[in-house]
Design a protein around this ligand. Structure first.
Ligand SMILES: CC(C)(COP(=O)(O)OP(=O)(O)OC[C@H]1O[C@@H](n2cnc3c(N)ncnc32)[C@H](O)[C@@H]1OP(=O)(O)O)[C@@H](O)C(=O)NCCC(=O)NCCS
Length: 439
């Protein structure tokens, strides 16, 4: 076993013991009530999951193992001469709860580089799809076809003890993370660069190698990838991609199957696809007004027009957050340093100046503030990655870090099959009339 795996096992065993004691002593304590409205309205605010990797506060935003994004940007190891955190470090932190050393991060970079070889049949499966297929569909199909490599599925079939599940899931998670950049880059070069593929460079860190395979060797873009792949990795457990991965994994479907479920969820416009929608919306706005730099008044009018057409303003609002997303702020800081004069970036900032008040004035939107997706596309465009259909794939490569670290935890803690209770409206009506009679 690699030393990171040994360390993870040691920490997970301790946590497992703590959880046993917690449940034995306090297992009957109530942590909330559930209303009928919550059951109908997307289960908002119902606590029903344990996800160790990160926790979301509605005002403060995400904390990964207790660390906020500014703290991570300061404390996680960086590449030589770089100033953004290496996502390898965040993965280590999510897995173990400990801030890694530069050696730990180098160890992960090297492990993933060693495991990054993608079998030929995966490329053949991608090639069998029309190149017009949405990149997220190609990505999901490719991950599913990589399932042939699952060590967990093979071991389970041969018969293993429940105590060993975590070990095979860990191996699958590491291999899958190692291979995703190559798969994503292959899809990108196939669809947008005439199939002119670029071989991986095993000497680079995970993000820089990904940037290299996409065809972007600018140091600024590498830094953007390191930041991007760090901040999109996890957002506690209830969001669609994390929850879907966790749910499907709870059936002991292997990490390839479980992660594909997460990615099909990420491909939805109310979740990960919003980053592509934001940039389309900004371009439509620019075309509509006939200028690359619309004024705040023009932007305000366009926001009102979008709302009056019954559409959402993409990149704004959140199911849990109630303030500006710190992932938006981190990207804004990056843009201030690297590309403050970019017209799309400036438009993103102008939208930020006017949209919250307009959204607030509708009286129904609970969070008028921007989320992560409101900024990401403008930065990618700045460096020349202009194909917005591809943006959600980048999000997906990052999201693998969080949801697969969580899947390791799920199996290490022996979490059971997830199976909440559902009701019918007939049941609800009867429940209400019986409660009224009882009162
Ligand atoms: C993220 C999102 C799905 C959260 O949904 P939610 O938890 O149901 O949000 P709310 O409780 O604030 O929704 C209340 C109402 O406001 C609307 N609303 C929320 N955000 C809105 C936005 N950005 N633009 C227009 N209307 C919005 C909802 O559609 C809903 O309308 P309805 O009552 O007519 O159905 C929602 O804010 C949204 O669609 N945002 C745009 C897409 C996006 O940026 N997604 C990425 C999320 S990280």
């Amino acid at each position: 076993m690699g030393y990171v795996k040994d360390r993870f096992k040691e920490i997970a065993d301790q946590k497992s013991q703590e959880i046993k004691e917690l449940i034995a002593q306090h297992g009957t304590r109530k942590i909330g009530d559930v209303t009928l409205a919550q059951v109908y309205q997307g289960m908002r605010g119902i606590t029903g999951l344990v996800t160790e990797t990160s926790l979301l506060d509605s005002d403060e935003g995400i904390r990964f193992r207790g660390y906020s994004i500014p703290e991570l940007r300061a404390q996680l190891p960086k590449s030589e001469g770089g100033s953004e955190p290496l996502p390898e470090g965040l993965f280590y932190l999510m897995l173990t709860g400990e801030i890694p050393s530069l050696e730990d991060v180098d160890h992960l970079s090297a492990t993933w580089a060693r495991r990054s070889h993608v079998p030929n049949h995966v490329f053949a499966v991608i090639e069998s799809l029309p190149s017009s297929t949405h990149p997220m569909t190609q990505f999901c199909v490719a991950i599913l076809s990589l399932q042939t490599e699952s060590k967990f599925a093979k071991a389970y079939h041969e018969g293993i003890s429940k105590k060993e599940h975590w070990s095979y899931v860990y191996e699958d998670a590491m291999t899958l993370i190692a291979r995703l950049p190559r798969i994503a880059a292959y899809i990108y070069r196939r669809k947008y660069k005439n199939g002119d593929h670029i071989q991986p460079d095993g000497m680079l860190d995970w993000s820089a190698n990904f940037a290299h395979m996409l065809g972007y060797n600018d140091e600024g873009f590498r830094e953007l990838m390191r930041l991007y792949l760090t901040i999109h990795a996890d957002h506690e457990g209830g969001n669609v991609s994390a929850h879907a991965t966790h749910l499907v994994g709870s059936a002991l479907s292997d990490p390839y199957l479980a992660f594909t479920a997460g990615m099909t969820g990420l491909a939805g416009p109310l979740h990960g696809l919003a980053n592509q929608e934001v940039i389309r919306w900004i371009e439509e706005l620019q075309q509509n007004i006939g200028t690359l730099e619309p004024s705040k008044e023009q932007i305000s009018e366009y926001i009102k027009k979008t709302l009056s057409e019954g559409k959402v303003v993409p990149g704004y609002g959140h199911a849990v957050l109630r303030k500006t997303d710190p992932r938006f702020t981190a990207q804004m800081e990056f843009a201030k340093k690297h590309c403050p004069e970019d017209p799309v970036v400036k438009t993103v900032w102008n939208v930020y100046d006017v949209a919250p008040a307009i959204l607030e004035a509708t009286g129904k939107i609970k969070n008028p503030w921007p989320n992560v997706d409101a900024h990401s596309g403008s930065l990618l465009k700045h460096y020349g990655l202009i194909e917005e259909d591809f943006y959600t794939v980048l999000f997906g490569v990052s999201r693998a870090l969080g949801v697969l670290a969580s899947l390791c935890w799920d199996r290490a803690l022996g979490f059971p099959l997830e199976r909440p209770k559902s009701i019918t409206t007939e049941w609800a009506k009867q429940f209400v009339s019986e409660s009224a009679t009882a009162e």
